[in-house]
Design a binder for this molecule. Sequence first.
Ligand code: SAH
Length: 262
Amino acid sequence: MTDQADEQALERVFARVRVVLVGTLHAGNIGAAARAMKNMGLTRLYLVAPADFPHREASYRAVQATDVLDSAVVTATLAEAVADCSLVIGTSARERRIQLPQLGPRELGRLCLVERGGEEVALVFGREDAGLSNEELRLCHWHVHVPTSPGYSSLNLAAAVQLLCYELRMCALATAGALQSPDWDEPLATVEGMERFYEHLERTLEDIGFLNPAAPRQLMVRLRRLFNRVRLDQMELNILRGMLTEIGKVSAAARRGGSPNS
Ligand code: SAH
């Protein structure tokens, strides 16, 4: 057990962290995940299109964590659940299947708990049968894989939640709450801001003939990976959006055969 001052420091850091369960099939797993979270001091649960919720089995398995279920936020899509986040970590039962930078569970805490002006962090878990879709993974900056015995790498969903919440707790305790943040003068861009930027970028690249909608190849996937690796701040995002707007004007004017300001 931790003393009260430690626990308060943990509450402060964990207030920025949400656990997101996507498309959970078994209500019992939702309850067990809520319990696993509360045991480790995390309380913010998001459920994306759960098959069965609320459900008696979820409450039963949550035991004393029914408050986590009661305050759970239910959304239709992962994009909605993480719209205001600036760091999204996906989890996967398989290694290297995913074209995203990979983290080990021990490195997770360092990345999630760095305080940068209250940025919101999401830890995302997939469906029991199929994990996360490629589209869902595209919203993630990193993915974490718990190194298991290679013969059987797929953990029970709630067990995966337990392990990763435990790693967050251990890191938070070792660093007495938040880690020292590198000085940064701007808040980081959110998922919602980045999604609007990607739409704008795709439209513009089509406009200028760089992206052929009939044969897009992997261009947008690769560009998403590039920008996710950098993690733009809001000012940088505004600059890029401004540049795209101007490029759009020039290309519209070129199509009309005049100057951009005519
Ligand atoms: N057949 C699915 C298994 C999903 S298990 C697949 O191969 O993707 C359900 C969820 O539990 C996963 O989406 C992931 O969020 C989590 N999980 C299971 N095993 C894991 C592991 N070894 N490391 C990290 N997360 C894991």
